[in-house]
Design a protein around this ligand. Sequence first.
Ligand code: DGJ
Length: 729
Amino acid sequence: MTRATKFLAAMLLALPAIVCAQKNSTPVIAIETDATGLYLVVDELCLKQSHYGARVADPGQFLQVRDMARDAYPVYGSGNPNELALAITHGNGNVTTMLAYKSHRSWDDPSDGNIKWTEITLEDTAYPVTVLLTYKAFACENVIQTMASVVSRQQRITINSIASCYLNLKSSAYYLSRLYGAPGFESNLLSERMSEGIKVFDSKRGVRNSHYDNQSFMIALENPAGELTGEVVGGALCWTGNFRMSYQVDVMHNCYVWAGINPYQAGYVLLEGGRFDTPWMALTYSPSGKGEITRNFHDWGRKYMLNEPQRIRPVALNSWEGVGMDFDQKTILEMIDRAADLGAEVFVLDDGWFGNKYPRNDERNGLGDWDINKKKLPDGFTKFIERARARGIMFGIWIEPEMVNPSQLAEKHPDWIVKAPDRPPLMHLSRQRSQQILDLSNPRVQDFVFDVFDGILKQNPEIGYVKWDANRYAPDHGSQYLPPDMQGNLWIDYVKGLYSVYERIVKKYPHTIIQLCSSGGGRVDWGAMGYHHEFWPSDNTDALQRVYTQWGINHFFPAMATSAHISQVPNHTTSGVTPLKFRIDVAMSGRLGVELQPRDMTPEELKTISSAIAQYKTIREVIQLGDLYRLTSPYEDNFASMVYVSKDRSQAVAFCFVTKYSPAQDYPVIRFSGLDPNRTYAISEINPGKSNGSPSVGKSFTGDFLMKNGIRTTFWRACESAVFRLNAK
Ligand code: DGJ
């Protein structure tokens, strides 16, 4: 069942209790999880938000303090002077909207007792326009998803701006933590106190949207939060297109959070009788620090979002940094053999395998022609699949099916390409790789993109892994499919078109591992992640930068989805040189993989990598399915440390990475979290260096002692590291 049909089935099957509007007689609308609650009240037919945060014992009392509640979904025309959730131009040109509460209903999800739905219906007081606010509460994970829908029953309207979520917070101070960066420098963590005024983080890049600002945040209330202390609200917008997150703090210290599709150049024309659904926003709350926000997102994502969430992710060897597009059949066959020798479980043939009339020998040609390059690979994939099968590993490939550059496809279908009319395409921009974007608002293009995936998989059903890339951003646009007066719909319909293609693919190929990539981490959001197994966080595989990138992105996304590959030095992106042990240890803290040409490595290095892969296989269940506790932040100290703890707290794996030389030559101390205080843990070391990473290796301590005192390491120089395993007796 697709997600959309599941939603409809849930609506039809359930027998919701519908409460209709009567002046000020509506009960509190309580949207609750095990420990959190979002409470709404109706005041003079106006929907107001009373509270979001810890669940309260008796929500009925919110009715007595309706005057404290604030507009839950303010619209332009209602008199609210702040950031507004919705602005519509009606058919007759009226730019104001007035929404009155009409009814609400709540029902248990018929197929999952952990989920409860709530839908609130608001009606415009003058026009046949309905706004639905839908909430999906996940009890155990303490996550609430919110979205809005507009139904225009009789007239064509333009939606000028529409939030997925509008949140009112009340505190004396707010501390925002978010991710920022650039291609090759993704997911750096920034924390700042929010001053009065409006801060906006957004993307206007069309298809690659998370390189710079990410659509996820944490807001600590009152004081900066620690990992285990402080009240924190977390949010993640599930949208792969242009987004806008804004945070407005007024002089009375109210904070209004707006999250949704970026309205920039995107007035959306909704035809008569049409319905517009925003993407979901996922919210969570923790009374005890940022770590719990992370664990809530990880638990929710691993249970409800990722493809095959409980499947342990295999170790991959990807060809990109090793051979680029410069390979032939013999090279790849040998790489498959060597990948298997190392213990990798999937070999991924990256870019460069396709195109005949326009061979893909560099980035300037070939996208669009997904036929195997006969000159490079005379036997197609057949020999690779046979060899992989013989060696007991999977074979995987790279595709970039939304894009086109000189190709037979471009000759045949210039009308499928996104391009502003009467102007040459913007090809001169740097990092655009001479390529353009196919117009996924067009259903024929959606079919083409689906057919690329389906065609390859139908011919080669043993392909077990597909890396899906997208390497161009879009600073201009024009759809040759949409009518001239609906051009604002493009980037929204594009993403919806992309999701519908993903949906078809995942339904047909649920067990094909799909990696989300977009020039590295250009698409790391929970919208796209809902159709993938894992993501490629950055093309920067320099282990030193990866400590920061993975630290940042793992605030919201779990290690099992975070592809982290051991690469060669000098590093492909930074030219940095780090020790092999450090590169291995950093990669082990995510979904371990390898990104190099084994032929270029010494026998000694290959032995070290293969031994590390074997050891990773013994601990990866804890890393991929366990709870992450961050211990020391590389932003605050000269080293990073973290521990993954199995759900039953019987096992843990701790990592320590020195990022800067410590002038005091002081050994980093790992003080643990998340262990069972009453159990005794034996400490061993994974992938040890020449000497033990800690004098405590080989000894046993109680969880209580490890969390109060900790253990010390034996190093202080940059790029030294250790991985410890803790086993409860
Ligand atoms: C960008 C990706 O991030 C890389 O890993 C690689 O797949 C290249 N594209 C291939 O063109």
